[in-house]
Write a protein that binds this ligand. Structure first.
Ligand SMILES: [Zn+2]
Length: 173
């Protein structure tokens, strides 16, 4: 079966997300949440850019609330990253993110293969990015409610678009 680049991206997203969650010990790097059903892979710089979409240094295990809240306030995740790595690493990632890249089918095949075989830069399952107590305290102190509101808002939006999809397909019949 021949895959379109879009369906390839989705497949890679899925496998990459699993790799990231495994790498990070199934724990949200920001708040320490470890309830698996709410964990996903959160991008520091948005998934929209191919240049950093599958970069393991741009994606970390996050709970739904922290992931949703990042859309509204990227400050906490940014701080976590800089404390975990360095300001230089953050700036390098930022530059990479802003560099235009558009993966074509052969690139995507290569990335998928590297993820499946845990080849560099995906041979990092032994690394385990832990929550940073300073950041976790920050999250718990003042941000929990806002994060939960953001997660609810996102879930509501998802339900609404699913509902309108159902309505649309019903009106076609
Ligand atoms: Zn979290």
């Amino acid at each position: 079966m021949k895959r379109s680049p879009a369906s390839f991206r989705k497949l890679i997203d899925k496998k990459f997300s699993l790799l990231v969650r495994e790498r990070d010990g199934w724990t949200c790097v920001l708040c320490g949440e470890s309830y698996r059903p709410v964990l996903s892979a959160g991008h520091l710089f948005s998934r929209g850019a191919d240049s950093t979409r599958f970069d393991p240094l741009n994606v970390f295990c996050q709970c739904g609330a922290c992931n949703g809240y990042h859309e509204i306030n990227p400050h906490i995740f940014t701080l976590w990253f800089i404390r975990q790595f360095s300001l230089e690493a953050y700036e390098a990632l930022n530059v990479k993110h802003r560099t235009l890249a558009h993966y074509k089918a052969p690139d995507l095949v290569e990335i998928l293969g590297a993820i499946e075989e845990r080849k560099s830069p995906y041979s990092i399952v032994a690394v385990w990015y832990k929550p940073d107590p300073f950041i976790t305290r920050l999250v718990r102190a003042g941000e929990r409610l806002k994060r939960e509101e953001a997660a609810l808002e996102i879930r509501k939006h998802g339900l609404e678009s699913r509902l309108s999809h159902i309505k649309n397909s019903a009106s076609v019949v």
